[in-house]
Ligand binder design. Structure first.
Ligand SMILES: [Zn+2]
Ligand SMILES: [Zn+2]
Length: 355
């Protein structure tokens, strides 16, 4: 017997249109849905009432019977079982809020290290990715495809024979249409399997550390599609070059004598080497720019420069003979060979005199 006024439960008038009923139900169901009110027994009880009212009023045939019979109306001769109610909640949730998050597989994150050389040219990297995929043998049902017998209540259709709105799946077989026989041997009944795949990922030129590449559909699989795979790039430190945006910096030690006399210096580039002219009298720390020998911009647009900075190496240990030769050499040079040093000494002297 219908103990309640279903129209009042949904907060609508008895002459409400189908659209009004649906709108009222959706709003109330959202508000009192157990997923939104975890642990709230009152909200759950209210949700059950709302669902029950909708099962009757949401179906034109049931509604007509309910309108005719009023309090004498009986839905199916028995109250829904706990299992049916769970199904009802699940389906209602799906219908109301669209695709359940859990039904799309999770995204996966992997890191991938690339060298500066690979940043320069772009690269194809192979990642070993462990992901969950739907079992192909059983169609992710978890039941062995062998020896299935059709479900009796739904005649193998998987559709509920009575209720059309909230719970379209058959309560006995949960929409499968057959009686579960035995567990699928490939996935041990889980429906999903862990796999290890070699995935090729294209890394474009010019990438930087922390950049993400998205590989669509290569995350874990779910019942309604796969998540995505995110490859987080990390550019490895280079032995010779430091990176500053698209520019490359390299420090080249040269000898004191080479700095004085000048010479041709062989310098490394990312793709090999080249020679630059170090002019006589090159100061320590001087930088030489090689245009276009740096890294490409992201996507291969433009090119940075290569900067070679010379570090003049001063001999740390000299023999007595070498020291003598150097001081003789210094005498030959005279103070005019060191104009900066001379200016500095002059400044110090004038400061002392002014005191
Ligand atoms: Zn399986
Ligand atoms: Zn069935």
């Amino acid at each position: 017997m219908a103990k309640k006024d279903y129209y009042r439960t949904l907060g609508v008038k008895a002459n409400a249109t189908e659209a009004e009923l649906k709108k009222a139900f959706r709003e109330l169901a959202k508000q009192y849905h157990p997923d939104r009110n975890p642990g709230d027994a009152a909200a759950e009880a209210r949700f059950r009432e709302i669902a029950e009212a909708w099962e009757v009023l949401g179906d034109a045939e049931n509604r007509a019977r309910y309108d005719r019979m009023g309090p004498l109306y009986t839905a199916s001769g028995r109250p829904p079982t706990a299992e049916e109610l769970n199904e009802l909640l699940k389906d209602t949730f799906t219908n109301l809020f669209g695709r359940r998050k859990a039904q799309v597989g999770e995204d996966l994150r992997y890191t991938c290290s690339v060298s500066l050389e690979e940043v320069a040219t772009g690269a194809e990297k192979t990642l070993v990715v462990q992901r969950q995929v739907r079992c192909r043998k059983c169609g992710a049902t978890g039941d062995s495809p062998d020896g299935r017998t059709p479900c009796t209540p739904c005649n193998g259709t998987g559709k509920s024979p009575t209720r059309r709105f909230l719970r379209s799946d058959c309560a006995t077989c949960h929409g499968k249409g057959y009686k579960p026989s035995q567990k699928c041997s490939d996935c041990s009944g889980a429906g999903m399997r862990g796999t290890e795949e070699n995935l090729k990922v294209k890394v474009p030129p010019g990438v930087a550390t922390g950049q993400k590449l998205k590989v669509k559909g290569k995350g874990n699989e779910g019942t309604e599609g796969a998540g995505d795979l995110y490859v987080i790039l990390s550019v490895a430190e280079h032995l010779l070059f430091r990176r500053r945006g698209a520019d490359l910096l390299c420090e080249a030690p040269i000898s004191l004598v080479d700095a004085c006399l000048g010479f041709d210096l062989k310098v490394p580039t990312l793709d090999g080497s080249t020679t630059i002219r170090i002019p006589p009298g090159t100061a320590p720390g001087k930088s030489f720019r090689l245009p276009g020998r740096g890294l490409p911009g992201l996507g291969g647009s433009g090119k940075g420069d290569l900067h070679i900075k010379v570090a003049v190496e001063v001999p740390a240990k000299l023999s007595a003979e070498q020291k003598l030769a150097l001081s003789q050499f210094a005498d030959k040079l005279g103070p005019e060979a060191f104009p900066q040093k001379k200016a500095w000494i002059d400044q110090l002297r004038s400061r002392a005199e002014s005191r």
